[in-house]
Design a protein around this ligand. Structure first.
Ligand SMILES: [Zn+2]
Length: 136
């Protein structure tokens, strides 16, 4: 899903792993130089520029050195590969399942808050929610 270019983030956040030590040897993790992901995420009330800096074990002989440990909190902002926040996904699901709203009703309501194409409303619901909930 592509985010329009002219979205200005209100906030820049870089997440770090919550755990500080290697799960294999227990030594302190070091932060990787590169980011695991770096994206602009639209939430219902704001636009965030978020990234996740992974941690790894500093010992090359340890299995933890091949792991890239990510922030759990960072993973809760938006689904992997999506530039819409989980709050947007949940809102669509609520309207579909509780209010029995159609996509044609949902899109204008959502588009008054965030920049989203009608096709994205449908695909967000179908890929993120209906599979998980087992509903059509
Ligand atoms: Zn280790």
């Amino acid at each position: 899903m592509r985010t329009p270019q002219q979205l200005y983030a209100h906030e820049r956040m870089i997440y770090h792993p919550e755990i500080l030590t290697c799960p294999h040897c227990g030594d302190l993790l070091v932060m990787c130089n590169s980011l695991a992901w770096d994206k602009t995420v639209q939430m219902l009330d704001r636009v965030l520029s978020v990234a996740s800096r992974p941690g790894r074990c500093p010992h090359t002989t340890c299995a933890g050195s091949r792991m890239r440990l990510l922030s759990a909190e960072g993973q809760r902002i938006a689904p992997a590969g999506s530039t819409y926040g989980y709050d947007v996904v949940v809102r669509i699901g609520w309207w579909r399942q509780e209010s029995r709203a159609t996509y044609d009703e949902i899109h204008p309501a959502l588009a008054s808050q965030i920049r989203i194409a009608a096709s994205h409303v449908r695909s967000l619901y179908q890929t993120r929610l209906s599979a998980a909930a087992g509903v059509p």
